[in-house]
Design a protein around this ligand. Structure first.
Ligand code: G3H
Ligand code: ZN
Length: 278
């Protein structure tokens, strides 16, 4: 069933749990993630990034409508979220299509511009019942270069939330996007300090680089929404590679996509349970 991310994140934060948020580029991933969430009996956020929309030739509607249909039919609470949107028109288009959770990413902009634009799109989304996540302190790795050095200051984070009215805040605490190994070291003291200063749930980007133990510590320190993409691509691609190497005659994509989906489903279920402290 479709749910409001504000409630899911508030509940998770209140219970000291993490809320899994996983990126899709294909419909099959939404189906696999939903199956995993149902098996775990836990809520889930399905994310479609601006980059994923670009992969679909700029077409948001087909993948968004498909993801919304999967979420609506699921037996657990689910949210479809527009991720890393830098284009305000795309944010508005997503809300018009029924997506209720938007990440406006102005973290690359000059600070005053990021604040003003985030406040503007947040007001627009709130008028239509949608929520907004923003990013302060740019989490590295978006350009393919691993860089975990950015840090968000707790005071700045509190002022940013007050200035913009955002519902969730992504912060830089030691992760970096697109890591294919899990050796990132998070600053749990900083997470706790930001959590104490900020009245909205915190979001971790670049979670693929964080070990299971590191993630448990981050959640215990106050991190709530856990964004994962690359790690699941690593799992999927390794299984597809192995399957195709062993089955050179196969041409039906259902066979090798399924070979990749099986371990992804298991890993999503495991991660959701882990984030929930199970
Ligand atoms: O917004 C999406 C996440 O930050 C995913 O990052 O690919 O490093 O897991 P990741
Ligand atoms: Zn991200």
């Amino acid at each position: 069933m479709l749910a409001d991310i504000r409630k899911l994140a508030a509940d998770a934060a209140h219970e000291g749990k993490g809320l899994g948020a996983f990126n899709i580029v294909m419909l099959e991933q939404a189906e696999v993630f939903a199956d995993a969430a149902e098996a775990a009996g836990l809520p889930l956020v399905i994310q479609i990034s601006q980059n994923a929309v670009k992969y679909h030739g700029g077409r948001l509607a087909p993948i968004a409508k498909a993801a919304l249909a999967v979420a609506e039919a699921a037996k657990v609470p689910m949210v479809v979220h527009l991720d890393h949107a830098e284009d305000l028109d795309l944010c508005r288009q997503a809300v018009d299509l029924g997506i209720t959770s938007i990440m406006y990413d102005g973290s690359h902009l000059p600070d005053d511009v990021n604040r003003a634009t985030t406040a503007e799109i947040t007001a627009w989304c709130h008028e239509r019942g949608a929520s907004v996540e923003a990013e302060l302190g740019e989490v590295g790795g978006k350009n393919g270069v691993h860089d975990p050095s950015a840090r968000t200051s707790p005071e700045d984070a509190a002022q940013f939330v007050a200035d913009t009215g955002v519902d969730l805040l992504a912060v830089a605490v030691g992760s970096s996007h697109a890591m294919t190994t899990r050796g990132a070291v998070l600053d749990t003291e900083l997470i706790a300090a930001i959590k104490a200063a900020v009245p909205v749930p915190l979001v971790l980007h670049g979670s693929s680089g964080v070990s299971d133990e590191g993630m448990r510590a981050a959640i215990e320190s106050g991190m709530t929404k856990i964004n994962v993409s690359t790690h699941l691509n690593v799992v999927f691609t390794a299984a597809v590679r192995e399957f195709l190497a062993a089955n050179e005659q196969v041409v039906d994509p259902r066979k090798y996509v399924q070979a990749g989906n099986v371990p992804v489903r298991a890993e999503v279920e495991r991660l959701l349970r882990w984030y929930a402290g199970e």
